[in-house]
Write a new protein. Structure first.
Length: 425
């Protein structure tokens, strides 16, 4: 089968090299030869650690969708709009199989693309779009097919996980760790989508759709790690917790709740031990119970592992529905806001250290039916400021936020108050 790789950044270049040097073993394993005949990139002159003959370069990347001899198009451009969108839509319409690592594209247009793929009897594969080398997409489509899944959650972003675990272990602040992450290649020059939770949200929407046989839904609560500082990390440690950025999707009474936010996790739990750039996906279902898949979440090696898995599936002649079942069978389930879900929470208030502040804060908690489980007051050395840490009993999310919003308006507040939910629930 003839392949065109569109996008030759770090991942595209690594994949090209891998397919070239491993095509014989892949032919033996799949009984079909993967043959890269064309490539395309935005910057043809960029220095790459590979040699590509001139006759393999396409003058226009969209030509890949029109040439009859091309069977598989691998999209590694990125982004939900522009060239990536044009390429994938055109490729599927022209009966080309598509393999992509583009979570933003699948999260936004996956429903439309899967319909086109199904109508044209071609594959749309996106294992590499979610958690790199963690084979969760294929596990959900095939390995866990017998299970009725009620929840999927975990650590889906290596950059944010590296930052949080490094702040904890290396005793450094957010800014210092982010600079180091960029130097090591764990964070992009502009890591906005990693830090604000958008990257995890895209992945979670895809996983929700696969787990619950539903269409992709944008009703999702998203909060990143931008506001977490070293003081919160230390407080969590003293309280017996670690802070992790989690994606959680669960079905309760036929309603789906999707959320992405920093979470205080007990130090003794499995997920608290996932450090550095590792990802972990945990699936709860029947009859299997709990299934855990862990591995490298990003980078050329991990992503290539996922891409080759998808390519191999196509080489074997398996035409499959992109989201496991036909578009006609997928459901429009009700996706709910998390305001009615209940959690215990960590709240932090940095306040002017003067009489009456603490009693005013606890009074606001009481009026909003939020019960306090534990209270810690840390005065500063100058005794002009204090940090008040409150751990609540289980309360509805909307009540917790009501407390936060009311206290935030008070004149004794120095910095914006913080709320971090506790546990998976």
């Amino acid at each position: 089968m003839n392949i065109a790789i569109i996008g030759l950044g770090n991942i595209g270049s690594y994949l090209y090299k891998y397919l070239l040097s491993n095509k014989k073993i892949l032919e033996k394993k799949n009984n079909c030869l993967p043959n890269v005949i064309y490539v395309s990139a935005k910057n043809k002159k960029r220095k790459r650690n590979i040699k590509i003959s001139k006759n393999k370069w396409l003058a226009n990347y969209l030509d890949a969708t029109k040439l009859k001899k091309i069977d598989i198009i691998i999209e590694l451009i990125g982004g939900a709009e522009g060239p990536a969108k044009k390429l994938v839509f055109n490729a599927l319409k022209n009966k080309k199989h598509v393999v992509t690592a583009n979570k933003a594209l699948i999260a936004k247009y996956g429903d439309k693309l899967s319909k086109i793929a199904e109508e044209n009897n071609v594959n749309l594969e996106f294992e590499a779009a979610v958690c790199g080398g963690v084979p969760v997409i294929r596990a959900l489509k095939e390995g866990l097919i017998a299970n009725k899944i009620n929840r999927v959650y975990g650590i889906f972003n290596g950059t944010s996980n590296y930052i949080l675990s490094s702040m904890d272990k290396e005793n450094k602040n957010f800014k210092e760790v982010l600079i180091k992450a960029k130097k090591l290649g764990y964070a992009e020059k502009n890591p906005k989508s990693d830090l604000n939770g958008e990257d995890v949200a895209s992945k979670l929407k895809i996983l929700s759709s696969l787990c619950f046989n539903s269409f992709i839904n944008n009703n999702i609560f998203v909060e990143g790690i931008n506001f977490i500082d070293k003081f919160d990390i230390d407080n969590a440690n003293n309280l017996g917790f670690k802070i992790k950025l989690l994606g959680v999707s669960e079905i309760i009474d036929n309603k789906i709740y999707q959320r992405v936010h920093p979470t205080l996790i007990k130090k003794t739990s499995y997920i608290a031990s996932i450090d550095g750039v590792l990802n972990a996906v945990i699936v709860d279902g029947k009859p299997i119970g709990q299934n855990v898949i862990q591995g490298e979440g990003a980078g050329p090696e991990a992503t290539t592992s996922a891409l080759v898995s998808d390519i191999s599936s196509i080489l074997r002649g398996n035409i499959k529905f992109p989201f496991s079942i036909s578009n006609n069978e997928r459901k429009k389930l009700l996706y709910k806001e998390i305001s009615d879900r209940s959690y215990s929470a960590y709240l932090r208030f940095d306040v002017v250290d003067k009489p009456g502040v603490l009693s005013n804060i606890t009074n606001i908690f009481s009026k909003n039916k939020v019960s306090i489980k534990r209270l810690i007051q840390n005065p500063s050395k100058s005794k002009k400021f204090a940090s008040i840490i409150i751990i609540t009993h289980t309360s509805k999310d909307r009540f917790l936020n009501k407390v936060l919003n009311q206290i935030e308006k008070k004149t004794y507040i120095i910095k914006r108050p913080k709320l971090i939910r506790i546990g998976i629930n």
